[in-house]
Ligand binder design. Structure first.
Ligand code: 57M
Length: 359
């Protein structure tokens, strides 16, 4: 909004020229989202407590979690609000990608919100059924794929990290591919969200990584220099990524161990879907497996554990899945698991950035 209101005034006040720059707007989008989350956090936590949106803790989980009973959840509502407001304030609202990514993020947030609301407020033990949740996620992801496919110059080629000469063209199959990435990332972040700050930390790291990729893929000269796919208009999604990282930091202030609030499905599903969508828009789709490697490993630990459990009538590979529970049950203190997982996420982000040169 500032771009539309203030930049045109640069002819009279030359300082307003700064609103033209994506870099400037990205930094201020991060700060705005951070401040909204940070300042409204205490009020939001009080409100959630008043509404008795307290987390129920499963008795079959690690015993260390029993003391978390009653911690307010659905803090993701605040994250979503901060991201959306900050993006609307700082981005160029004529950019198609901004509306697509806002639609996906708010849409997935809505699915998570219904699930949380049924469980936490209406006290229905199951919330949305797994089937309904998956169906809604798939419909929204396929709609996103179609909207992107409909953009005349949007490429249906897939970028393969480290191999600049390999980029298979999926044609209309790209719609399904994009949907798979969005649904997969959303659920993987959801599975990771089981320790204080465990999901939001790597979400911030991935958002910052994709902020860089958004900027370079949307800059014709830099994209050409780095020999990566140029996506006209994708630079603006850097503003969204900045808002996501800022909101994440503001939320982490309250979600860090010992957490005063959890994000709930409204947070985890929406943040995961946002990362998946940015990866698709910037044409760095497969790279997300590396950038979000931690989410992938957590999801794989569940797939292997559940398959092995079923095949062997109750035997396990890990002490408990997802993987973070395994380390907790091995006796690692919760903050140790969290920080070590963050360290891995940072290392993976650095390797991912290196693909800009190693190709
Ligand atoms: C969400 N949710 C947390 C909170 C958060 C198929 C199966 C593996 C699925 C998996 C599952 O349901 N995962 C999805 C995980 C829950 O957190 C809430 O959920 C929101 C995210 N959706 O925002 O509202 C608990 O996680 C802890 N937590 C924190 N700090 C945070 O910042 O400590 C969350 C956020 C919270 C809190 O304790 O209550 C969760 O874990 O439920 N299921 C599991 O993860 C279960 N695994 C399991 O059953 N494994 C089996 C295999 C055979 C399937 C096994 O390995 O034996 C575990 N989760 C729990 N108990 N709670 C194990 C049992």
């Amino acid at each position: 909004m500032f771009y539309h209101l203030l930049y045109p005034l640069h002819t009279e006040i030359s300082a307003f020229n700064v609103f033209r720059y994506i870099t400037f707007r990205t930094i201020y989008a991060s700060l705005t989202a951070f401040l909204i989350c940070f300042l409204l956090g205490p009020w939001a936590i009080r409100k959630l407590k008043d509404m008795q949106v307290g987390q129920y803790i499963r008795e079959d989980g690690p015993a260390a979690h029993y003391k978390k009973a009653g911690t307010p959840t659905m803090g993701g509502t605040l994250i979503l609000f901060s991201i959306a407001l900050s993006t609307l304030l700082w981005s160029n609202l004529t950019n198609y990608y901004i509306w697509i990514i806002l639609m996906v993020t708010v849409g997935y947030g809505g699915i998570g919100f219904i699930d949380d609301y049924l469980m936490q407020v209406k006290k229905q033990s199951k919330g949305l059924s797994v089937r309904k949740k998956f169906l809604l996620q798939t419909v929204l992801a396929i709609t996103t794929g179609i909207l992107l496919y409909a953009i005349p110059d949007f490429s249906t080629r897939v970028t393969v990290p480290f191999f600049k000469n390999i980029s298979p063209d999926l044609g209309w199959g790209y719609i399904l591919f994009a949907a798979l990435i969005i649904v997969g990332t959303s659920n993987a972040v959801n599975l990771t969200d089981g320790l204080d700050g465990l999901a939001i930390g790597p979400v911030i790291i991935a958002a910052v990584t994709y902020m860089v990729f958004s900027y370079v893929s949307g800059h014709v000269n830099i994209a050409d220099y780095l020999q990566i796919k140029y996506v006209a208009g994708s630079g603006e999604t850097a503003v969204f990524c900045g808002a996501m990282a800022g909101a994440g930091l503001g939320f982490l202030w309250f979600n860090t161990y010992p957490a005063q609030v959890f994000m709930g499905d409204v947070g985890s599903l929406s943040l995961g879907s946002a990362l998946g969508t940015v990866a698709v828009i910037t044409k760095q789709e497969i790279l997300l497996v590396l950038v979000g490697g931690l989410f992938v490993v957590e999801a794989l630990s569940v797939i292997f554990q559940v398959s092995f459990f079923k095949m062997t009538n109750g035997r396990r590979i890990f002490k408990m899945a997802p993987l973070h529970h395994h380390f907790e049950l091995k006796g690692w203190a919760e903050p140790k698991v969290i920080v070590r997982f963050w360290i891995i996420a940072i290392a993976l982000a650095m390797i991912s950035m290196s693909t800009l040169k190693l190709r």
